[in-house]
Design a protein around this ligand. Structure first.
Ligand code: NAD
Ligand code: USQ
Length: 396
């Protein structure tokens, strides 16, 4: 297949591009490199040294003989160029990673809220309308988030996107299938909830074939392909805005920084290893909905964990201390989470589960590049409200 990977320079997009290229597909990366600019804005850098995207593609070609082409294009701001590109290249599939994906970054200030909404909603809508206008018949696979559900399973497992409800009508009860109600916990997660409505409309109105992957928190760094050469290494975020919880605990342990647990650490979240994430995308590509079918929604996660249990596991493994900090986020102190992921299991996913050996691997990466860590960038300082900001400032 000819596959466009939008956001292919990012943490999930790069290993996915390599995985699909390795499997023999013709891969085109489209990215505006905004994530690299945000590193500059925040004064942070990936833990792992990242080459330019052009250099990464050159090394991949040298290692494998396979080409990955890179196109510098802003999905949210260059609609005409996007349309021309789709018309000229007519990809068979499009994988859409190209959004601002950090919840804390989206809550930093009003400017960051506006940027996140403009970037994410316009990127998704521009893509959908350009697909309709050009008439290309590509399968769109979007990376969404478990966060659209709001992390509470009210005792019953969260289904894969849809809920059957019964509505009282004058003629008695009628059954209806609805999108599972969204309950986003940040402006970033809110944009993913809006994306869902855009997908529903374009699938129903124009027959676009769309798969939305509600992904949990991705951890780890290596995949089979990124291991092939030091210059193919994946990016690894550790800072207070972009670093995700388990990856942050692992680098904190590696540099002797107390593990930054927010509040009681009572939040339960869904997780998936980066190797499984790229595999799921490949499985979803092979299971496209037909034109006119509803949006196919998968829960892309393999296990759930409570944040304090993760901290205790990492502390037990490495001897790290735990710091119990005021929570900068407006979120429940404790939640339970049970999630269905039957569809990927039925397609043959064999999950990589969290175990000491794998955690060790990330700690090794962290130790190797520890000299690149700026400890002052580890604390999470973006707060959800002014009141929470004052609490975090009083006890950073
Ligand atoms: P990332 O920030 O590392 O990568 C996103 C890429 O998209 C970057 O290279 C960025 O430059 C590009 N991009 C952003 N806006 C763009 C635009 N307007 N035009 C062109 N390119 C643009 O993020 P990631 O961790 O790789 O996440 C990828 C996707 O997966 C996101 O949509 C995110 O919501 C979703 N996701 C990520 C995780 C995770 O734990 N990392 C978990 C669940 C879902
Ligand atoms: N947390 C800590 N300490 C930290 C960092 C986080 O206790 O140092 C807590 C947070 O308060 C939160 C939980 O850990 O309760 C998860 O935080 P996170 O930053 O790891 O994850 P989140 O903000 O939800 O976002 C990440 C990705 C996002 C993706 C989402 C999937 O950045 O792109 O959509 O995971 S999910 O969480 O399933 O919605």
């Amino acid at each position: 297949m000819k596959i466009a990977v939008l956001g292919g320079d990012g943490f999930c997009g790069w290993p996915t591009s390599l995985h699909l290229s390795d499997a023999g597909h013709e891969v085109h990366i489209i990215d505006n490199l905004s994530r690299r600019w945000i590193d500059t804005e925040l004064g942070v850098q990936s833990l792992t040294p990242m080459d330019s995207i052009q250099e990464r593609c050159r090394i991949w070609k040298r290692e494998t003989g396979r080409s990955i082409r890179f196109h510098l294009l802003d999905l949210a701001g260059e609609y005409q160029r996007l349309k021309q590109w789709l018309e000229a290249e007519k990809p068979d599939a499009i994988i859409h990673f190209a959004e601002q994906r950090a919840a804390p970054y989206s809550m930093k200030s009003d400017r960051h809220k506006v940027y996140t909404v403009n970037n994410n909603v316009n990127a998704t809508h521009n893509l959908l309308t350009a697909m309709v206008e050009t008439g290309i018949d590509a399968h769109l696979v979007h990376l969404g988030t478990m966060g659209v559900y709001g992390y509470s399973s009210v005792g019953a497992p969260i289904p894969e996107g849809y809920l059957d409800v019964e509505i009282d009508t004058p003629d008695g009860k009628k059954g209806q299938e609805i999108l599972y109600p969204t309950r986003p916990g940040s402006v970033y997660h809110m944009t993913k909830s809006l994306d869902q409505i855009l997908f529903q409309f374009y699938a129903q109105n124009d027959g676009l074939r769309i798969t939305d992957l509600h992904q949990g928190i991705v951890w780890g760094t290596h995949t089979d392909q990124t291991r092939r050469d030091p210059q193919l290494i994946n990016r690894f975020d550790y800072d207070g805005d972009y670093g995700t919880v388990l990856n942050r605990f692992l680098i904190q342990a590696a540099i002797g920084y107390p593990l930054t647990v927010h509040g009681t650490g009572g939040q339960t979240r869904a997780f998936i290893h980066i190797q499984d994430s790229v595999r799921c995308i490949e499985l979803a590509l092979g299971d496209a909905p037909a034109a006119g079918e509803r949006v196919k929604i998968f829960n892309q996660m393999t296990e759930t964990h409570r944040v304090r249990d993760l901290a205790e596991m990492v502390a037990g493994l490495t001897g790290a201390k735990i710091a119990w900090l005021p929570n900068p986020r407006k979120e429940a102190a404790e939640n339970d989470l049970i999630v269905k992921n039957d569809q990927f299991m039925a397609l043959g996913l064999n999950p990589t589960t969290l175990e000491a050996g794998l955690l060790d691997e990330v700690v090794e990466v962290a130790r190797k590049f520890a000299h690149r860590i700026d400890r002052s960038r580890v604390p999470a300082v973006s707060a959800w409200t002014r009141e929470l900001a004052a609490e975090v400032e009083a006890d950073p």
